[in-house]
Ligand binder design. Structure first.
Ligand code: NAD
Ligand code: UD1
Length: 336
C-alpha cells in the first residue's frame, strides 16, 4: 500500500513506519518536526533497509497535504498532534488549532484526493476518571483536560465524517501507555524538552541525568498506593497499526479500538522491574499526587483481538530493557 504517515517522525509514528517499510509498503512521512528530529528519517531507513519519503510540512497547510497526498495514497495514518496534558492546560488554543483544525484540514484534503481510509491516533485519555476498570470501548467518555478534549472532538469529527461519507473507513485507536523503543536502540522516545511521562523520566534518572524520580502519590486505592497503568510496548503498537490498515480497507465506518495489554502495573512495580532487568538503581521520592491523575486505568483489549486479530506480545521486562538500551545509546536523544 501507499501510506501517508502524518506525524511519522514522532515516537509512535517512527516505530510504525519502520514496520510498514519492512513489510514493503511505500511510506511517505509528513511532519512539521515540532516535536521530532529529521535524523529519525535516516534511522528508519537504516533499520528497515528501505527508503522512506519525507515531506517537512504542517497538516494545517493545504499545500503540504496536497504534496503528501499526491500520486495516489491508499491509507493515511494520523499521528500528528500535540500531546502534553500540562502544556494543553497552559496553551489550549494552540492545541485546538493544531489538533482539531489540523484534523479538519486533513479530512478535507483526503476528500479532495479521494482517499477513503484513515487510521487515527486516539488515547485512553478519552476515558477520563473511569469509574470502573478495565475500560471497554463502550465505557463512558469524559473530558478532563484540553488535550483530552481535542482527542474527543477529533474522534467525533471523524465519526460524523464517516456518517456523511458511508464509503469511508476509520479506526480510532485508543492507546494506553506506550513505552519502550525499537530493539536496535536506533529509535525511541526523543521528545523536545523535559519528558513528563513516567518511563522517559525514569530512564533519565537511571542514567544519572536527574537526581531522583518523583512518585506522584502513594495513597491511591491501589495495592501499593501508587498509580496503576496499562504500559504497552511501542513495537506492539506499531504492529497493531499494520492490522488496522487492513481493517479500515475492508470496513467502512468509524471503529474505536483499545490498544493496551489488558494488565495494569503500579509506579513502584515499574521501578522495581526496571531496576531488576537493567541492573541500575532508580532513586525516587514519594511526593504529592499530580493534579489530574487517576488512580488506575487499564484496557479491556478484547475488541482489538476480535477485530484486528492483534494482541500485545511484549511484557514489562522487555519494555524496560528496550527503553534502557535507547537511553544508554542516545543519552541526549537524537542529535540536533
Ligand atoms: P510525538 O510528539 O512523538 O509525535 C507526533 C508527531 O507529530 C511529531 O513528530 C510532531 O512533530 C508531529 N506534529 C505535531 N503537530 C503537527 C502538525 N500540525 N503537522 C505536522 N506534524 C505535526 O507523539 P507520539 O507519542 O508519537 O504520539 C503520536 C499520537 O499518538 C499523537 O496523536 C498522540 O496524541 C497520540 N497518543 C500518544 C500517547 C503517548 O503516550 N505517546 C498516548 C496516547 C495517544
Ligand atoms: C499521561 C496523560 C494522558 C496521556 C498519556 C500519554 C496526564 C494526567 N495524563 O497519562 O492524558 O494520554 O500521558 O501521553 O498527564 N508518574 C510518576 N512520576 C513521574 C511521571 C509519572 O509517579 O515523573 C506516575 C503518574 O502519576 C501515573 C503513572 O506514573 O500514575 C504514569 O504517568 P504518565 O506516564 O505521565 O502517563 P499517564 O498519566 O497515564
Amino acid at each position: 500500500m501507499r501510506i501517508l504517515v502524518c506525524g511519522g517522525t514522532g515516537y509512535i509514528g517512527s516505530h510504525t513506519s519502520v514496520v510498514l517499510a519492512q513489510m514493503g509498503h511505500e511510506v511517505r512521512i509528513l511532519d512539521n518536526l515540532s516535536n521530532s528530529s529529521p535524523v529519525v528519517v535516516e534511522r528508519i531507513g537504516l533499520i528497515s533497509g528501505r527508503r522512506v519519503e519525507f515531506i517537512k510540512g504542517d497538516i494545517r497547510d493545504r499545500h503540504s497535504l496536497a504534496d503528501g497526498l499526491a500520486g495516489g495514497v491508499d491509507v493515511v495514518i494520523h499521528f500528528a498532534a500535540l500531546k502534553s496534558v500540562a502544556d494543553s492546560c497552559a496553551r489550549p488554543l494552540e492545541y485546538f488549532d493544531n489538533n482539531i483544525s489540523g484534523t479538519i484540514n486533513l479530512l478535507q484534503a483526503m476528500t479532495a484526493a479521494g482517499v477513503r481510509h484513515l487510521v487515527f491516533s486516539s488515547s485512553a485519555t478519552v476515558y477520563g476518571n473511569a469509574k470502573q476498570v478495565p475500560v471497554t470501548e463502550e465505557s463512558p467518555l469524559q473530558v478532563v483536560n484540553p488535550y483530552g478534549r481535542t482527542k474527543l472532538v477529533m474522534e467525533d469529527l471523524i465519526r460524523d465524517y464517516c456518517v456523511s461519507h458511508p464509503e469511508f473507513g476509520a479506526t480510532l485507536l485508543r492507546y494506553f501507555n506506550p513505552v519502550g523503543a525499537h530493539p536496535s536502540g536506533q529509535i525511541g522516545e526523543g521528545p523536545i524538552g523535559t519528558p513528563g511521562n513516567l518511563m522517559p523520566y525514569l530512564t533519565l534518572v537511571a542514567a544519572g541525568k536527574r537526581p531522583f524520580l518523583q512518585v506522584f502519590g502513594n495513597d491511591y486505592p491501589t495495592p501499593d498506593g501508587t498509580g496503576v497503568r496499562d504500559y504497552i510496548h511501542v513495537m506492539d503498537l506499531a504492529e497493531a497499526h499494520v492490522s488496522a490498515l487492513s481493517y479500515v480497507s475492508r470496513n467502512p465506518g468509524a471503529t474505536p479500538i483499545n490498544l493496551g495489554t489488558g494488565r495494569g502495573y503500579s509506579v513502584l512495580e515499574l521501578i522495581q522491574t526496571f531496576e531488576r532487568i537493567c541492573g541500575v538503581e532508580v532513586p525516587y521520592r514519594i511526593v504529592e499526587r499530580r493534579a489530574g491523575d487517576v488512580a488506575a486505568l487499564w484496557a479491556d483489549a478484547t475488541k482489538a483481538q476480535e477485530l484486528l486479530g492483534w494482541r500485545a506480545r511484549f511484557d514489562l521486562e522487555k519494555m524496560c530493557e528496550d527503553a534502557w538500551r535507547w537511553q544508554v545509546g542516545n543519552p541526549d536523544g537524537y542529535p540536533t
